[in-house]
Structures are given as structure tokens and as C-alpha cells.
Design a protein around this ligand. Structure first.
Ligand code: UDP
Length: 368
């Protein structure tokens, strides 16, 4: 019996939208569903006071992958936004990522040699040769002072765990530079889609059948009956009814405010890196698009442990969760007509460009 669709795509986020776009282009019949009433998953943006608000957290597109860059540029025009967050440690302001401005402010050093020497001294006196966790990795990259003021408090708030219990790869996301380059990313290409991410995803889904407010796991058998294959981008543990236990996620709560002034903090991202401030950062959305509106919209980000019913944001990729994920993954491999993808489907701290690359790689295998 032939089914109505070739693919049922569960989740209208980036992974699902890319797969849907490519599948449709290849003549496949696809249906995209999402339990939310909006497309674009966590990159969803919504206009408030003429400003595109990143409702589920700030997203800054950056990539080294020319194919991915060309791909996204065929659905949106990207502006020249370059991420340069400011760290606020008890009222002291530092440049991020860690660069000569940061080292000068922290130690008064002027040359790259002096900065390198200072880091080396601090690394030596901490006695670290082979970093075993995030704390040791951070100290060996930037020394104790920067670790204490700009990393420790922020990371512990963000992950709800001490830095000694976190994997070191998390901190490797941040560049350390002995130059005066404030660009947070090393990527060759960077920007924000003008008009918002929602519009970009809508463009990807142009002509694709999308059903919103549709919960796959609650209606699984009827929905499965519609398609030959399922692309599932929800949480992998939820798919299996958490039968091996729940994977841990960090969730984020946003306190968003409209302020009757044009400029609150002068930058899109200000991180509060001390342990006492309850939020991790404040996003001032207009600055992602060089907004000149009379008002401004800010979001304070509060990080929390995920519990059932919350939105999962960040997978906690430590050893314990890695082992549990491996078990779910082997169950997933036995589901012959289901493909798991994306940040939640693969339980992976993916950046947007890597999500797109992985969706495109799947398309090359699958859509032949
Ligand atoms: N981080 C930090 N201080 C900062 C910013 C980031 O220590 O001011 C660390 C922290 O451990 C965080 C990691 O770097 O989890 C990655 O930060 P990034 O801003 O890349 O995370 P995302 O934007 O994905 O939340």
C-alpha cells in the first residue's frame, strides 16, 4: 500500500526545514509537523516594536562551510553583524572573547608576549599539564584570573554544575587570541538574516505542507501511517518514553522587557560572569540588526535544570549522559523507518551551521 507521504518530518526547526526543503526539491512528498504553533524551532524570531526578538535565545549564524553559507544565503540576506559580547564582572567590563583588550584590562599587559607570559605563569603555578575538566582546561588556556572572573561563575550558572565536573570541550568553543580581535567566532562567514530567522525558515518551507500544533508522540500511530519514513527531530529520550531514564538538559527562562528608551546596554550581548547575579546574560535584540527604533527589547537569561514539561535547550554532554545517549542511539538504530536528527534527536550541542551540514549530509544519502 502506498502511503500519502514519502517523509513525515517531526519538528519544523532548522534540521527539519532543511530536510523538507531538499526532499521537496527532489520530488518527494513531505509533511512537516510541529507541536508548537510556529515554525523555526528555537531559532524562532518574533517582531516586537519593530525589533526581531530571538524568543528562544539569541542565535548568531557563523560558519566556515562555504556550502552551508551559500545554502542559507539562498533563503535570506545576511547582515554584517559580528558578535562581540561584553563581560560584566561586578561592574568591571571586559572584552570577549579573550583577546588583547581583555588581557590589557585584566593585567595591564600591552604586548602579546607579555600576555602569553602571564598566562603561562598562572598555568604553571596551577600545576596543570594535562587538563582533565573544564576548570583545568580554562586555566591552561587563559590563566587563573580570567578563569575566576570571566569563566567560573558564568559556567556554573549556565550548567548548574561545578567546572571541575564539566567536559573541557565546552570551553573550547571560545577563542583565545593574542590579537585585538573582538570577534567572538573564528568563522569565515557570520551574520544575522535580515528580517529574522522565522522568515528564513518560512522561505525554506515555501510550498511544503506544514501542520502546526500537532504533537507527534501523542498521535504517533496515526501519523506514522501517513508516511514511509519519519525524520524525527524531537528529544530522543522522549521518543522512547524515557524508558531508560531521562537525559539531562539545561533549560533557559527568558525575562523579556520592552523599555521606553533607544539604548539599554549598547551591545547585543552582555554576559554577567559573577556567580551572584542570577541571570547569565542580557540580550538587547535590536543590536543584532543595527536597529534604530525608539524603544528597545531586552531579555535576561536564567539557566535552569530541565524537568519534564520544560523546553530542553542544551544537552549536558558529560560522561553519564553520553553513556545513556549511546543506549538510546542503539535503540534508535533498530527503528528502521525513523531517522533521528538535530540537537535533540542526536543529543548534541550543535551550532546552527553544523545542524544544516548534518541535514544536508543526510539528504545526500537519503534522497537518491
Ligand atoms: N563562557 C564563559 N564565560 C562567558 C561566556 C562563555 O565561561 O562569558 C563559557 C561557558 O562555559 C559557556 C561556554 O563558554 O557554556 C560556551 O559559551 P557560548 O557563549 O558559546 O554558549 P551559547 O551561546 O551556546 O550559550
Amino acid at each position: 500500500m502506498t502511503k500519502k507521504y514519502d517523509y513525515l518530518i517531526v519538528g519544523a526547526g532548522l534540521f527539519g526545514a532543511v530536510f523538507a526543503q531538499q526532499a521537496k526539491k527532489n520530488g518527494k512528498k513531505v509533511l512537516v509537523i510541529d507541536k508548537r504553533d510556529s515554525v523555526a524551532g528555537n531559532i524562532y524570531t518574533e517582531e516586537v516594536e519593530g525589533i526581531n526578538v530571538h524568543k528562544y535565545g539569541a542565535h548568531i549564524f557563523h560558519t566556515n562551510d562555504k556550502e552551508v553559507w551559500d545554502f542559507v544565503n539562498s533563503f535570506a540576506t545576511f547582515n554584517r553583524y559580528t558578535n562581540s559580547p561584553v563581560a560584566n564582572y561586578k561592574g568591571e567590563l571586559y572584552s570577549l572573547p579573550f583577546n588583547m583588550y581583555t588581557f590589557n584590562k585584566m593585567w595591564g599587559v600591552v604586548t602579546p608576549e607579555e600576555a602569553a607570559q602571564k598566562i603561562e605563569e598562572q598555568k604553571k603555578s596551577a600545576g596543570i599539564t594535562e587538563p582533565k575538566n573544564l576548570e583545568e582546561q580554562a586555566i591552561s588556556l587563559v590563566g587563573t584570573d580570567i578563569y575566576e572572573k570571566l569563566i567560573k561563575g558564568y559556567t556554573q550558572k549556565q550548567w548548574g554544575r561545578p567546572c571541575t565536573e564539566l567536559p573541557s570541550f565546552i570551553i573550547k568553543r571560545l577563542p583565545v587570541r593574542l590579537t585585538f580581535d573582538n570577534n567572538y567566532f573564528n568563522a569565515l562567514y557570520q551574520g544575522i538574516p535580515m528580517g529574522g530567522y522565522t522568515k528564513m525558515v518560512e522561505n525554506m518551507l515555501d510550498g511544503v505542507e506544514v501542520k502546526l500544533g500537532c504533537d507527534y508522540l501523542k498521535n504517533k500511530s496515526e501519523l506514522d501511517a501517513l508516511a514511509n519514513k519519519v525524520i524525527y527531530t524531537g528529544a530522543i529520550d522522549a521518543y522512547f518514553g524515557y524508558k531508560l531514564g531521562a537525559l539531562e538538559y539545561r533549560s533557559v527562562r527568558f525575562e523579556t522587557e520592552i523599555l521606553d528608551k533607544p539604548n539599554y546596554q549598547g551591545n547585543a550581548v552582555v554576559n554577567y560572569t559573577d556567580a551572584e547575579t542570577p541571570f547569565t546574560r542580557i540580550i538587547e535584540h535590536k543590536f543584532f540588526e543595527f536597529g534604530t527604533q525608539p524603544k528597545t527589547v531586552i531579555s535576561r537569561e536564567y539557566s535552569s535544570e530541565w524537568k519534564l514539561g520544560d523546553e530542553p535547550y542544551y544537552p549536558v554532554n558529560d560522561e553519564k549522559n553520553g553513556n545513556l545517549y549511546a543506549k538510546y542511539k542503539s535503540l534508535a538504530e533498530k527503528e528502521k523507518s525513523v531517522i533521528f536528527g538535530g540537537r535533540l534527536g542526536e543529543y548534541k550541542y550543535y551550532d546552527m551551521d553544523a545542524v544544516i551540514a548534518s541535514a544536508l549530509a543526510l539528504c545526500k544519502k537519503e534522497l537518491v
